[in-house]
Design a protein around this ligand. Sequence first.
Ligand SMILES: [Zn+2]
Ligand SMILES: [Zn+2]
Length: 126
Amino acid sequence: MKCPKCGEAFEAVVFNDIEVERCLGCKGLWFDMLEKEDLVKMEGSEVIDIGSDQVGRKYNKIQEYDCPVCESHMIPMVDKDQFHIHYECCPACFGTFFDAGEFRDLKDHTVAERFSRMLSALRSHL
Ligand SMILES: [Zn+2]
Ligand SMILES: [Zn+2]
């Protein structure tokens, strides 16, 4: 499998028995169906996203390409909680591609949100 954005190969990265693909060139991340949903809830999983935000922003502009797994045309998506995070989803195999730094960004929000929910739950008990 080759990166649809920069043409480099992917390497397998394993976190908590979940294997994702990371591009050796642009460090974009490829998640198979539901892997992102599982990983985003796991503590520390942001370590798989090692690329620089700057490179990620550059490749974020590429939104028209075909799925590296099944060659369907990818659909540009916007994260439902963080509108500045743009990623692409395959309508056939449901794989998703995140540019470098976007998964970290996604997780940041999730953790902060969980923390504020916890705080308000605590407050309601006082
Ligand atoms: Zn790449
Ligand atoms: Zn696909």
